[in-house]
Design a protein around this ligand. Structure first.
Ligand code: CAA
Ligand code: FAD
Length: 380
């Protein structure tokens, strides 16, 4: 597989790198401390075309490939994973699903504004009692002829309060199990739709995570995505691509922590020499570098599989499983290399360590990725 980047891919990578340094780095510590959503930065990312990277230009997108998208995700995540998850959800979970399965009217009405970043979207699958076990949906969408009546609660929804458009997965026909699930487009402000308080989180604290409550919300039939009963497959197919974005986020967190540790180890002196000259530190750097490169190969391969129309369920799950472990391991070692300073906010690595953890949990925990991978290799 050829990982050589085209000129265009190198340019977008550089643009994201420059943006992260100029716009995300200033204030990243304060936003984390105050759990402040990066609103101004998200608006600018929209202007740069980062919010609808793979969407066709007809619908306001940048018309780029998945590899370009992961390059951007990696660069943004080196500096601010709270900002990058907004990009990931909007691109992979909202725009992609709408562009691939939406009607021309849905695309006209919602996708155009989502792809330009004028508004942002949210993807609502998880519930208090249906996280990994996603088919156990308790939220109901009862068919009333020309509309559905939506009732239930969604948990931990990224962009929970800042989104304008929510893709909500709900059970229409319990008898049919996962084949009785639908995906509905819900707008903020629809009567009976309430947003719960912001979750107080360990990491990605700038990202706004909320529970959502639906109480007899009338959703027009034309807001259903795909055929009746397509909702669970819609969620799975969408998540297969989403996992590539989160894998790239994990890769970026790892690479960001590594770059900081490398720089610090060349500057900090102990026992009369730079700590990089102590083999125990140099070996940590060697492990980090090797694992990050391996993670990068898996992430790029999954992106290329998607771009080439291949099966990316397996490669995306492997990329997320491995890259999220590398993010966690690398961030922990980056804190160690920083010694006491690693424990202090101004050196950034403690935040990267807290941010790394979520990549092993959302869009399918590591255990769920192993279920996907093992079923694929065992052909179950
Ligand atoms: N593509 C298409 N269809 C798929 C599919 C895929 N990738 N994966 C499963 N399906 C289909 C199956 O074929 C099956 O349909 P049929 O009966 O017609 O064949 C149906 O879906 C049910 O599949 P399973 O029997 O495999 O279902 P399961 O109960 O064993 O669960 C699972 C499978 C992979 C564990 C799934 O429940 C899962 O992915 N769980 C994790 C949920 C998750 O990732 N949530 C993330 C929420 S979003 C988020 O987190 C965003 C964020 O943080 C930013
Ligand atoms: P559980 O399913 O209760 O799992 C608990 C533990 O048991 C985990 O370690 C899990 O791996 C393990 N486990 C469960 N089943 C199995 C099994 N069969 N085999 C082995 N181990 C198993 N969801 C959305 O829909 N949209 C969002 O935008 C979104 N954003 C999120 C943002 C944040 C910050 C967080 C924390 C979560 C977000 N989620 C979102 C929810 C996230 O996807 C779920 O938390 C995740 O899928 C796990 O579900 P759960 O928390 O219910 O854990």
């Amino acid at each position: 597989m050829d990982f050589t980047l085209t000129e265009e891919q190198q340019m977008i990578q550089q643009a994201a790198r420059d943006f992260a340094q100029a716009e995300l780095l200033p204030g990243v510590i304060e936003r984390d401390e105050k759990q402040e959503f990066p609103a101004r930065q998200v608006q600018k990312m929209g202007e740069l075309g980062f919010m609808g990277m793979m969407v066709d230009p007809t619908y306001g997108g940048s018309g780029m490939d998945t590899l370009s998208y992961v390059l951007v995700m990696e660069e943004l995540s080196k500096v601010d994973a709270s900002a990058s998850v907004v990009v990931s959800v909007n691109n992979s979970l909202v725009c992609w699903g709408l562009e691939t399965y939406g009607t021309p009217e849905q695309k006209e009405k919602y996708l155009k504004r989502l792809a330009t970043g004028e508004i942002i979207g949210a993807f609502c699958l998880s519930e208090p009692e249906a996280g990994s076990d996603a088919t156990s949906q308790k939220t109901t969408a009862i068919d009333k002829g020309d509309h559905y009546v939506l009732n239930g609660t969604k948990n931990w929804i990224t962009n929970g309060s800042t989104a304008s458009v929510y893709l909500v997965i709900a059970q229409t026909d319990v008898e049919k199990g996962h084949k009785g699930i639908n995906a509905l487009i819900v707008e903020k402000g629809m009567a009976g739709f309430e947003i719960g308080p912001k979750e107080q989180k360990m990491g990605i604290r700038g990202s706004d995570t909320h529970s959502l409550m639906f109480n007899d919300v009338k959703v027009p039939k034309e807001n259903r995505i795909g055929e009746d009963g397509f909702g669970f497959k819609f969620a799975m197919k969408t998540l297969a691509g989403g996992r590539i974005g989160i894998a790239a986020q994990a890769l970026g967190i790892a690479a960001g922590a590594y770059e900081l540790a490398l720089k610090y180890s060349r500057e900090r002196k102990a026992f009369g020499t730079e700590i990089a000259n102590h083999q125990a530190v140099a070996f940590k750097l060697a492990d980090m570098h090797t694992q990050i490169e391996a993670a990068r190969c898996l992430v790029y391969k999954a992106a290329i599989d998607k771009d080439q129309g291949g099966n990316y369920d397996l490669s995306g799950a492997m990329a997320k499983l491995y890259a999220s472990q590398v993010a966690m391991d690398t961030a922990i070692e980056a804190v160690q290399i920083h010694g006491g300073n690693g424990y202090v906010k101004e050196y950034h690595v403690e935040r990267l360590m807290r941010d790394a953890k979520i990549t092993q949990i959302y869009e399918g925990t590591s255990e769920i990725q192993k279920i996907v991978i093992s079923r694929s290799i065992l052909q179950k």
